[in-house]
Ligand binder design. Sequence first.
Ligand SMILES: C[S@@+](CC[C@H](N)C(=O)[O-])C[C@H]1O[C@@H](n2cnc3c(N)ncnc32)[C@H](O)[C@@H]1O
Length: 354
Amino acid sequence: MLTVARDGVLLKQADRAVLDFIRNAKGFTQQVLAGRVASFYREQVAQRRASGQPEPQSFADVAAIVSPLFEYQAEKFITRHLQELMWNQLFAAVTPHAEDLLAWLDEPVPHPKGTLRLNPELVPPPYYEIDYHIQPGGQHREPLIPFVLEIGQVVYHGERNARSELKVGAALALPEGKYERILDLGCGVGHSTYPIKERFPDAEVYGIDLSAPLLKYAHKQAEAHGYVLHLSQQAAEHTDFPDNYFDVVTSTILFHEVPDDAAAAIIREGYRILKPGGLFQIADTPPYREHELFRAFTSDWQTEHNGEPYWRQAALRNLVELCYAAGFSRVEEPSRERKKHGGSPTPWITWAWK
Ligand SMILES: C[S@@+](CC[C@H](N)C(=O)[O-])C[C@H]1O[C@@H](n2cnc3c(N)ncnc32)[C@H](O)[C@@H]1O
């Protein structure tokens, strides 16, 4: 049962009921239907192996096995429609409160400890003008988006996710150290930034994002909960920070939202603004090479059907090479070691030292 009532968005029982339904239906689809597809696939592969036939080698081979299956078709059909239904229902729940919520968002914080710099002149890169995760208005064209995302997180991942394991996990993965300044690229509403400030309370923590509504919300929430953050609206590929300024630059689930040329530019910019010896940590979804073929195949579906056009590029991208090409002197993937010892590959962490 959803009990969320955040920031004045008191969900009506009728809205809660539909969102509960969507959440449970997502669970059914992901566990029961997708589970049956996976079992079917494994049985088919085992039979092929037993009879000496070649095993699937490519996404096309996997598709040839699972696509005819009713459960596979139903799972994909329902997943896509639940995603659309979820956004529609979230907007329906939040829109009646729009006037109050937007007034609250624009009301300046009295005596803020952190800072917020918005740039109304900023023209976002063309690749950003998409409806990420098929959410209407994408990350920045719909002023209500921070409220929709905040409640949407609960539908997506359950009540705990506002501080999800992935985002806290990315902050916990950072090496112990005494850092003066840390920057979180693509900080959104701050879910990846707060745990950094918690872990390194003496560091000055900065966050940048292209989306003004998300930054305004992050600023209000940070001030309300006592996190001193310095937030600004900037593109991660061209920031206004001086050379050699940060000890650590992080990004949590930003890289799968940008195309290859932007990823390379962001890594080069990270290199420029890091101090010599500074660390760039990239935390994102694991590359396909780290999954078995079937898992990579199911993940790849996002690219064409769930508003994630850069997902495949990101999953095939060689971050290690890109970091060396940008000039970093040492690059590691600590997740590789964790995975070897049975740990989760998510988030997949890349470390690059200047
Ligand atoms: C999936 S969200 C992750 C937000 C946050 N790091 C978290 O873990 O909750 C990706 C964020 O990156 C931002 N973003 C995408 N491209 C960007 C760019 N080129 N420069 C700065 N921010 C960007 C989006 O607006 C969005 O808020």
